[in-house]
Every structure is written in C-alpha cells, then in structure tokens.
Design a protein around this ligand. Structure first.
Ligand code: TRP
Length: 336
C-alpha cells in the first residue's frame, strides 16, 4: 500500500514565504511521487485555539485553499480539504488520544509556552490540546511523512509518542510519522530576529506582495556597515544572506560573503536584486491565484471531493480505534 503524506496549514489568512518554502515546496515535491498518497488540509479547528474572529475565519480558510492551488497543489494528485469538514472524526480521535497523554507533557512544550506568553488570558483546554489535534490530523490517515517547517518538530515528537502509547495501551497499529524537510525549512524573519511569522509585524513577505511592497519590506530589514572580518552568523545581515541563498542560489551568497570580507557590500544593490528574485518566483503564483478567485464552483468541488476521499480513510481508523478501546461491539463475531 502507498505510504501516506499529510500536512496542514493554519487558517490565518494569506500564506507567507515561510509557509511556502518550509511546507508547500515539500508538498509539491511529494505529490509527484507515485509511491505516495498525499493529503493536504487547511486546519481551521487549530485556528480556534487562539483568539480569532468567527466572521472572518471562513474567508481565511478559503484563502489558504486558493493559495495551495495557486502554488501548484494538484487536486488530481492530492486530496485537498478543510479540517472542520471532518471535525466529527478528527476531534473525536483527538479525544481518544487524550486518554494516553498527560497534562504535564503538554504544558512543557515550547510551542505551548510561546502561546501562553502571547495570549496570557487565553490559556484554554483547546490550546493545551493543540498537539493532540495535530496528532489526530496525521494519524487518522496513518500518515508516515509530514512536510512541515522545522518549528513543528516538537509537535511531531508528540504525534510519535501518541502513536506508541496508543499501540501499547490499546493494540492499535499507528506508524510513527516523520517530518519531511526542505532546504528552505528555516525561513528567517526580516526583522533580523527569529523566524518569519505571521504574528510578528515587519517579519514576513506574503505570497501576494507585489514588487513594490517586497522592496519596501526588504528596505526595512536591518543591516550594518557592509564590511567586516567575519560574516555575522545571526541577525539582520545573516538573514538577508539566507534569503539570497534561498532565491538566488548558494553561489550568489558566497559572492556576497566574499564582498563582506573584502571591498564591502552595498545593501541597496543587494536588496534590489533580492526583491526582484523573490517577485519573479511569486508572480506566476499570484497570476494563478487571480484566476482561481473567479472559479468558485470549481474550488467548491475540489474541497468537497477532497473531504470525501479523506473521510473514507479517516472513518476506518476511528472505527478501528473505537473497537480497540472497547467503545463499540466487535463487528466481527468471534464464536468459535
Ligand atoms: N501546527 C501546524 C503549524 O502551525 C499546523 C498543523 C496542524 C499541521 N495540523 C497539522 C501541520 C498536521 C502538519 C500536519 O504549522
């Protein structure tokens, strides 16, 4: 049987370069492999674990679906669906998982601690359960490969742990999923600190940004005098060079590094070239997305058939878990 691949993106509106390089590129690579069955979703249930607006969530969810399609996710090859269309099964499975996971373990996750800091008045059960919901997303298809950014490694560790504990406790047969890494798995922030993030203003470039906006955002990225004995390993300059590497190649990066240690870098030129290189990659995606905005019924059909395909597999897993947990009468009568 083909190995399964599952990944999800949170419904927080438009995608940025971090999502694109760290996750979507991996998905594109995997959907072309005939030995794999790929499923990709927009995780709108996860979006409810931090403060959000129920009025705008549907648009945000739809927007990520359009981005997926514009980036090249092919519904003929991959099931593309919205997580909450399977809420009955996924939330159910995450509850079953909660019987084998401790509160202490969830409270100690770095991702949980970050969110507590960001939203101290919203430390809810849903937030604590976030990793279990993600484990359910993956394990409901017994998926073995998960193309996501490196920041998701602690969550994957939880998914593996849950798989083991479920298997040990109830005799289920969950595989232990591993992350599929891409070369752009760590996309730095334009601010010079940490990773590119939707929740940090000035840190990201959206997939929808035009050349002017990209140029403006890059202009705000911190630099230095452009010269020195060693190329700084962290901070604004290091991050800019990482972008050069990601969009213009490693050779270009090396050239700038040599310049830094020699006659010096002119950041105005570097940023102009970089902005053009980034825009060149985004332009076709933006054009495709515009087309898709008018194809309402096509997109509806994609989401519907994606959910149907996903549901067939998910139902089987949930039934199996219920049986193993003693929650349904054995379907097969054993009367020898
Ligand atoms: N936690 C992931 C993120 O923030 C989103 C996510 C939810 C996910 N469920 C998933 C990613 C399942 C991969 C697989 O990016």
């Amino acid at each position: 049987m083909a190995k399964r691949v599952l990944s999800g993106i949170r419904a927080t509106g438009r995608l940025h370069l971090g999502n694109y390089l760290g996750a979507v590129k991996g998905m594109l690579e995997l959907q072309d492999r005939s030995d794999l069955e790929t499923l990709f979703c927009v995780v709108d249930l996860h979006a409810t674990t931090t403060p959000y607006d129920p009025k705008t969530l549907p648009q945000n969810t739809r927007s990520v679906i359009l981005d997926y399609l514009a980036c090249g996710i092919n519904p003929g090859k991959s099931a593309l669906y919205v997580q909450s269309d399977l809420a009955d099964l996924i939330a159910q499975l995450s509850f079953y998982f909660s019987t084998v996971e401790t509160i202490a373990r969830m409270q100690h996750l770095p991702t949980f601690k970050d969110k507590v800091k960001q939203h101290p008045n919203n430390v809810t059960m849903a937030l604590l359960n976030y990793p279990l919901l993600m484990a359910a997303d993956i394990l409901i298809y017994k998926a073995e490969l998960v193309p996501v950014g490196i920041d998701q490694e602690p969550h994957l560790e939880v998914a593996r742990e849950i798989a083991r504990k479920m298997n040990d406790t109830y005799g289920t047969k969950f595989p232990e999923p591993v992350r599929f890494a891409t070369s752009g798995e760590y996309v730095p922030s334009l601010t010079g600190e940490g990773k590119m993030s939707k929740s940090v203003e000035g840190s990201y470039i959206s997939l929808t940004d035009n050349l002017e906006l990209i140029t403006k955002k890059l202009a705000g990225a911190p630099t230095d005098s452009g010269k020195g004995e060693i190329v700084p390993p962290t901070g604004g300059v290091a991050n800019l060079l990482k972008f050069v590497e990601l969009f213009e190649g490693i050779e270009k990066r090396k050239m700038y590094e040599e310049k830094y240690m020699g006659e010096g870098i002119r950041y105005g030129d570097l940023k102009k070239e970089l902005a053009e290189a980034i825009y060149k990659e985004l332009k076709p995606i933006q054009e495709k997305r515009k087309e898709l905005e008018h194809k309402t019924s096509y997109v509806d059909e994609v989401i519907k058939s994606g959910a149907e395909k996903a549901r067939k597999i998910a139902q089987e897993t949930v039934l199996e878990v219920k049986e193993k947990m003693g929650l349904v009468k054995k379907l097969r009568v054993n009367n020898q």
